[in-house]
Design a protein around this ligand. Structure first.
Ligand SMILES: [Zn+2]
Length: 492
């Protein structure tokens, strides 16, 4: 009970703070801000019946395997059939000669609000990621968070990521969650909205659970719409007491909401807090919990994860960039732990490129094992597709091109210079392909990118919006930095 009271009070304060920000903005509207109001959302493209003809199909389905000159028949957002020489007289034909077709990539941890602060993490403690993201984030309005999510989604779709996990942790008030969810609805990519906290959430309080319940009721009551699913993003036992975790997990599990939290970012923390063992002891591990990073762990930790079927999410570029360590990919696999892949934050890692992430994972593991043969590209591609789906509990719907599953499909040009000549498609995708090779992105049977162009996002408007947000928040952050004697926050 006392916790609920705390939550209500915090939410009230958050709402008041947001209202005050609104008032302040209203008192001094800058011309730039007024000129960059987002346009009203467009309707999502219709789901049509179509057949993709003559692609080289990597189904990622163990039984169907790889199909040369393969066809994919799609109706009402579902895959009807996959095979060679399919007939579908009523379906629109999508010619795909020279394309590799595969399931869209599935991403399992991304702080999307921060996309508008791309590259803002500097090379010193006073300009680095943790300080800067906290500093900038506090000046974000709900609209700024929304712009971040829209930019992240634009990049996701551009680069063939059809499912994202919006690991939302700059939720300064309930309006921020609503603003982010609206963008997901408007853009149409598949997403898990993992309702988190803000850097201002007191460590001795839970997430704003009654607002999570409100969001669940308000935005997720339509059981038919499976494009957007809800989960919670917890701080976890390395930064919270296990008692807080217990309360958050109980809330989520009562409602069937999946859980995610960061873990094992330093060996010191692993030794001091024993996060995974604490979760295990409290019965808080399981297939419904995605643990992020776990770059530092003990053999006992890995056994507990495998025994409880708890998946992990690796984001190699941020893990290395921020010094969490080299992701121990093979250690997880040998222990029998499910591994999925993620972007984390482009504040740190620069871009959202699942091809680069896969290639990094392949090379890191071979480098760690000092072997050319430690991990195969096919295994890495599974992590970016079917294993991502398994980690999110969505493998019955996505992750492979299997009849009956939803149609989340990407077409990758094999005729671009970096792909020539056509050799072994799996290796071409993991080792040679780049986001610029993505021709078509289909989510739930809707074309969100076609002939290289996004269909649900106005990129010119988005560019203006992103520039406006980062210019304003940088100014405010620099002012606050200077007051603390920290200058040149963004120059080196
Ligand atoms: Zn993270």
């Amino acid at each position: 009970m006392s916790d609920e009271l705390k939550v209500s009070r915090r939410e009230l304060l958050g709402t008041m703070a947001a209202a005050m920000v609104g008032l302040a903005a209203g008192a001094e509207p800058t011309p730039a801000r007024a000129a960059t109001r987002s346009a009203p959302p467009r309707a999502l493209p219709a789901r049509r019946e179509f057949i993709i003809k003559n692609a080289h199909v990597l189904t990622m389905d163990a039984k169907l395997g790889e199909i040369r000159a393969g066809d994919i028949h799609v109706r009402d957002g579902a895959i009807v059939a996959v095979g060679a020489n399919l007939s579908a007289p009523k379906a629109e034909v999508v010619r795909a000669e020279g394309m590799i077709a595969l399931p869209g990539f599935i991403e399992t941890h991304w702080h999307m609000w921060g996309a508008v602060a791309r590259n803002m993490a500097g090379p010193t403690e006073n300009t680095g990621y943790f300080y800067i993201s906290r500093l900038l984030g506090q000046f974000f309005t709900p609209e700024d968070n929304a712009r971040g999510v829209r930019l992240a989604l634009a990049e996701a779709i551009s680069s063939g990521i059809t499912t994202v996990t919006n690991w939302s942790h700059n939720l300064l008030a309930p309006e921020y969650a609503d603003a982010e969810i609206k963008v997901h609805k408007e853009v149409g990519a598949r997403a898990r909205f993992a309702y988190g906290y803000s850097r201002k959430t007191p460590p001795d309080a839970t997430l704003p659970l009654n607002d999570v319940a409100r969001v669940h009721r308000q935005w997720f009551s339509d059981a038919q719409d499976k494009l957007l699913t809800l989960g919670i993003a917890a701080r976890g036992p390395e930064t919270n007491s296990i008692e807080i975790c217990r309360q958050e997990w109980a809330f989520a599990r009562e409602r069937g909401l999946p859980i995610t939290c960061h873990m094992g970012t330093s060996m010191e923390r692993v030794k001091k807090r024993q996060g995974i063992q604490a979760l295990a002891k409290a019965g808080l591990l399981g297939p419904d919990v995605v643990l992020i990073h776990v770059t530092n762990n003990s053999p006992e930790d890995l056994k507990l994860l495998a025994d409880t079927k708890t998946p992990v999410s690796l984001s190699p570029y941020t893990e290395m960039r921020t010094g969490f360590g080299i992701p121990p990919v093979g250690a997880f696999l040998r222990a029998g732990v499910l591994v999925s892949l993620s972007v984390d934050t482009t504040i740190l890692c620069g871009n959202a490129d699942m091809f680069a992430i896969m290639k990094a994972i392949e090379n890191i593991e071979n480098g760690l094992q000092t072997s050319e043969f430690a991990i195969a590209p096919q295994r890495v591609l599974e992590m970016a597709t079917i294993d991502g789906a398994r980690a999110l509990g969505l493998a019955d719907q996505i992750g492979s091109l299997t009849p009956g599953k939803r149609a989340d499909i990407i077409l990758v040009r094999s005729t671009d210079v970096n792909m020539l000549p056509f050799t072994v498609p799996t290796r071409m995708i993991v080792q040679a392909a780049q986001p610029s090779n993505i021709d078509t992105v289909i989510v739930d049977g809707r074309f969100l990118k076609r002939n290289g162009k996004l269909t649900t996002i106005d990129l010119a408007q988005l560019a203006r919006d992103a520039a406006d947000t980062i210019e304003r928040s940088r100014k405010e952050a620099s002012k606050e930095g200077a007051e603390k004697g920290i200058n040149q926050l963004f120059t080196r």
